[in-house]
Every structure is written in C-alpha cells, then in structure tokens.
Design a protein around this ligand. Structure first.
Ligand SMILES: [Zn+2]
Length: 480
C-alpha cells in the first residue's frame, strides 16, 4: 500500500495541539419559537404559525400554535414572517480552516466532510468545534480518499486528484486502508473511481463492518450499489454510468482526466435511455446522490445573473477580506466563461444541464435521496448549498423536498439521523430562522437571521480577524 506522504512533518503535532476547550455551553432557559412557518426537514408539508420549543440543546416540542403550551420561564421569540428550517447540513463539504464563519452565516451547522487531508487535521477540527474552541460548523470527518492505481496510459501521480490518495492494489490493501483511517477516527470513508469492483467492495464491506458509511466517486453506479455505497458523488457518476458502450465511456473518462474536455461539457454525452435503470437500482439499494451541480452548472440557471451579482458582492465584502483570493477570481472567470462562450459550446453544456435536471426530477420522483452540497470548486462553501437548493426547485422539486436534501437525507447517509437533520421532538436543537417564506420562495433560505446549534445561539456575523486556531498545514485550493 502506497500512502503518498505530504510535504510536511508536523502532522502528529497538529493532533497534539489541543487548544484549551471552553466549557460546554448549556442552555437552561427554554426557548419558545412561535409564529414562523416550519419546514422541518422530514418532507412533511410546511406548518404555518408553528411552535418549536427547545431546551438543554434538545428540541422538546414541535407543533402548531395553540397545540403546545409555553413552558414556565421560557424566552419567547416571535418568528412571524419568517421560516424555521433545520440546521442545514452540507451534502458535499471539503472543509478548510477559513470556512467556519461563512458556514454559520448561511445556516449550515454541519459539515460532513467528504474527504480531506491530513486526516489528523480534519479530526482536530471536529474536536475543536466540539469543545467550543473553533467557531464553525460541526464536522463529520472522512480522511484521504482510497483509490486504485491510475488507469493505463496515465503515469503514476499524473492525476492531480490522486496526489493525496491512498492507492490500493488489492482487496487486502483496501481493507487495511479503511482500518487505518478508522483507527485515526474518521466518521466515514471516501472511495474513488479507480478502484476495481473487487477492491471497492472490499473497502466498503470493511467500512461497514466498522460502522462507517461509504461515499464514493463512481464510473458505474451499478457496481457502487452492489458494493453498498451510501452515496455516489457528482453528476458525472450518472453521466458515466449511463454510457452503454464501454469504449466510449473509457475514452470520455480519459479525455476528461487529461483535461481535453471539461466536466460540464462532458455531460452532453449522457444517455437518458439508461436513467430509469440507474434510478431503479439507486432507489432499491438506497444509494443517495450528491450531484454537486451548482459548482459546475449554475451559470446556466435561469437565476444566473442574480447568483453572480449576489456572489460577487459577497466575495467582495470587506469583512470577508480573509477569504483566499482564488475564490473571487474563480467565480468571476467561471461566470465569464459561460457568458463569453461560443453559442455551440453554450448549447452543448446547456444540453447536459437539461439532462441532469431531467435525472434529478425523475430520481426524486421515484423516491431517490439527493444531497445538496457545496463542493467548493468555483463556488463559496456554505453559500453553495443554497444555490443547489435553488437549482433543485428550478428542476421541479418543491422547496420542502429541496430542504430535505440539505438536512435529513445527508444525516441518513451518515447514519446520524437519530440525532440530526430535522426539527423533531428529541433531536438536537439545530435550527435556522430566515426572513420570508422559504416554502414559497426557496431563495429565502439565504436570508439567515438566527442560527441555533445545539440550542445555542451562534454569532453569524463576519469578523475580518477570523482565525482558525488550528490552521490547515497545506496549501489551500479546491478539491474534489
Ligand atoms: Zn468533492
């Protein structure tokens, strides 16, 4: 088993660098939230004039006004004209040390990290948030991706995405890699495209034996479903799976790997005739799907102009001057690329986008579980979740269905839905209050007014001096 060593030697030191934990905050006085429209994350219809009571970090009661009595000594918050949402969960997060404030400001209180490195760093982040020393979303951690050797014709290490991967050659190595990550403390395991069906299945089985969910890139969803993946990531998992001619699929895969065709452009080769078959197996085996399409396709949304305006303003907010400059640059050039595209190029990508919309609609209609996630390539993490919600509604989902994709669906895939992911009695009091009626206008999810994490009200303002006490020890750049 080759484990690509990172160019620094202080990995263990990070895990040892325990910042002083602040005492766990305990909320004593009950909070009585009344009058808002509740979208609880379960998929139930929105409840107007609702009541949510929480205390001690837990939701104590939920109902309509009049059904629930005000507990003695409760602090009453009037939420009239507002929508109450479950604390949002990013369906495809790659956490970086500067992201904490933006996540909270967008009501995203859980960041289930789909691959990160060093694994010790992401675990230290999880613990830092838990202890109260880091102001940011709760982290569910997975570490380095486990992958197979690069395909023929591509030299070892040539694939950018493999530079921090754990490369396994056989089933025993695959199981060993999973055990190593689990020993380091990960909550889930991320598998990649180059695993053989056998190594993928061995890794997934070992992860499940150790009680860890599996998330994966996939060139063949039938194989991933058979291996028992909880979720396949990215729209291109459907793209490749739909292509029936193996040579055509391999050629497209190589062309994309070598940068001859970009990810968005490749989708024009989707074969919708296969959609029903793919959907059937995903629904039967409960394989969730994280399309991560905002990062690739939002310039083609009907709302693209508004998105661009909003994003550029956000990225230029002086209070966010600490954001890495590549994000603004990438966002600007990404929108510009589509604005300036030749008409045939634009219609090619648009054709792909429309096919994904069609898949989304049919998958959701069949009961498939979607995850909305940031996948911060050309999009700001945290904010990206909300764009995905808008795109789902544009594709035909209701706002209530869309909210599930950034709450309960993700919690289910991570096997955390007993505690998280919806506004239900007994669950952890993660709640977001937004202005407006998100059940009517999904963009209202972005008007975040108050965020409660484990019943505690969070500071959702930006501070130019925001600093993570445990900086990530490697250069920051987008990751898939
Ligand atoms: Zn990713």
């Amino acid at each position: 088993m080759k484990f690509v060593k990172l160019p620094y030697g202080a990995v263990l030191a990070i895990a040892m660098f325990l910042v002083t934990p602040s005492p766990a905050w305990t909320q004593t006085r009950p909070i009585f939230l009344q009058g808002g429209t509740l979208i609880d994350g379960t998929g139930r219809p929105a409840v107007e004039d609702s009541v949510v009571v929480f205390q001690g970090g837990r939701i104590r009661d939920v109902g309509k006004r009049g059904e629930v009595t005000i507990p003695q000594g409760a602090e009453v918050i009037d939420a009239k004209g507002k929508t109450i949402l479950p604390g949002l969960i990013d369906g495809h997060c790659h956490y970086r040390d500067w992201m904490g404030e933006v996540y909270l400001a967008y009501g995203v209180v859980t960041c289930p990290n789909i691959s990160n490195n060093p694994v010790e760093w992401i675990i230290a982040q999880r613990e830092g948030v838990r202890s109260g020393s880091i102001r940011g979303p709760r982290v569910w951690a997975s570490g380095n991706v486990i992958d197979g050797p690069p395909p023929g014709g591509v030299g070892a290490g040539a694939l950018r995405r493999q530079r921090t991967s754990i490369i396994v050659e056989n089933e025993e190595e695959a199981r060993k890699a999973v055990r190593m990550l689990v020993e380091k403390g990960v909550d889930g395991v991320k598998l990649f495209e180059r695993l053989t069906p056998q190594t993928a299945k061995a890794a997934a089985t070992e992860a499940h034996r150790l009680g860890r969910p599996v998330f994966g890139h996939s060139l063949d969803i039938f194989v991933s479903a058979d291996a028992g993946y909880q979720s396949v990531e990215h729209s291109w998992s459907v793209l490749y799976t739909s292509i029936q001619d193996p040579k055509k699929k391999a050629d497209l895969d190589m062309a994309r790997m070598k940068g001859k065709i970009d990810t968005a452009e490749a989708h024009v080769f989707m074969e919708p005739v296969m959609f029903d078959k793919i959907i059937k197996v995903m629904v039967e085996k409960n394989v969730h799907w994280s399309p991560t399409w905002a990062t690739w396709f939002r310039p083609l949304s009907q709302r693209a102009q508004e998105m661009k305006r909003r994003e550029i303003a956000l990225l230029k907010d002086p209070k966010l001057s600490y954001l890495p400059p590549y994000i603004l640059k990438d966002t600007e050039s990404f929108f510009a690329k589509y604005e300036n595209a030749a008409p045939e190029k634009r219609s090619q990508v648009l054709a792909g986008y429309k096919m994904i919309q069609d898949f989304v609609r049919r998958f959701a209609g069949a009961g498939g579980k979607i995850h909305s996630g940031s996948d911060p390539n050309h999009v700001l993490a945290g904010y990206g979740v909300h764009v995905e919600l808008e795109m789902l509604v544009e594709a035909g989902l209701t706002p209530v269905q869309a909210i599930q994709t950034a709450s309960i669906n993700v919690a289910q895939a991570w096997n955390k839905d007993k505690e998280y992911g919806s506004v239900e009695k007994g669950k952890v009091a993660d709640l977001v209050i937004v202005r407006g009626d998100a059940a009517q206008n999904i963009s209202d999810t972005q008007n975040v007014e108050m965020v409660f994490m484990e019943g505690k009200i969070m500071d959702i303002s930006y501070h130019p001096d925001y600093k993570n006490p445990i900086p990530r020890p490697i250069e920051d750049r987008p990751e898939q």
